[in-house]
Ligand binder design. Structure first.
Ligand code: GDP
Ligand code: MG
Length: 171
């Protein structure tokens, strides 16, 4: 079965590792070494087809050269911000620009994820702003929580990964 290479990008602390671990294990792990970069293999039945994924969980502290390398490697990208951290939201557009530059003339498939939707009381980024950014980037948008799968708009963490696989395989 085909292999889809997915890379998860976003500022350190937004919950990239927690999202990946939630997707792979359906569990939430509170503390995860923030400096760690890992790749995982996973298979899932998506729309009645087995899809093999390789998932790169970036540390979020890479220099430009490392970022570009990860972007060249990937077929599809999850850009993550934390709804309680406006700064992390503001880092998404520059990531997207770099991605466009690296992949030109192609447009790499991506999805936008606003994580930590369980922390509604601490929200700094309104849902509409996430929706607007996703519309600008012509991609799907999910608000979700790595620790509470029922929270958010998108049908949970897995749906973001599945939709990205679909996008990649449509190309
Ligand atoms: P990364 O640096 O982007 O990989 O972020 P981590 O996955 O290491 O998560 C950073 C911190 O945020 C950790 O303390 C996690 O427990 C916490 N965290 C991650 N996702 C969520 C979430 O959806 N909700 C809440 N409340 N905390 C989260
Ligand atoms: Mg991490």
């Amino acid at each position: 079965s085909p292999e889809v290479k997915l890379a998860v990008f976003g500022r350190a602390g937004v919950g990239k590792s927690a999202l990946v671990v939630r997707f792979l294990t359906k569990r939430f792990i509170w503390e995860y070494d923030p400096t760690l970069e890992s790749t995982y293999r996973h298979q899932a039945n998506i729309d009645d087809e087995m899809v093999s994924m390789e998932i790169l969980d970036t540390a979020g502290q890479e220099d430009l050269l490392q970022k570009e390398g990860h972007m060249r490697w990937g077929d599809g990208f999850i850009l993550v911000y934390d709804i309680t951290d406006r700064g992390s939201f503001e880092e998404v557009a520059p990531l997207r620009s770099l991605l466009e530059e690296v992949k030109r003339p192609k447009h790499a498939p991506l999805v936008l994820v606003g994580n930590k939707a369980d922390l509604e009381h601490a929200r700094q980024v309104p849902t509409e702003e996430g929706e607007r950014l996703a519309a600008d980037m012509a991609c799907a948008f999910y608000e979700c929580s790595a620790c509470a799968d029922h929270v958010g708009t998108g049908g949970g963490v897995a749906e973001a990964f599945y939709e990205l696989c679909r996008e990649v395989r449509r190309r």
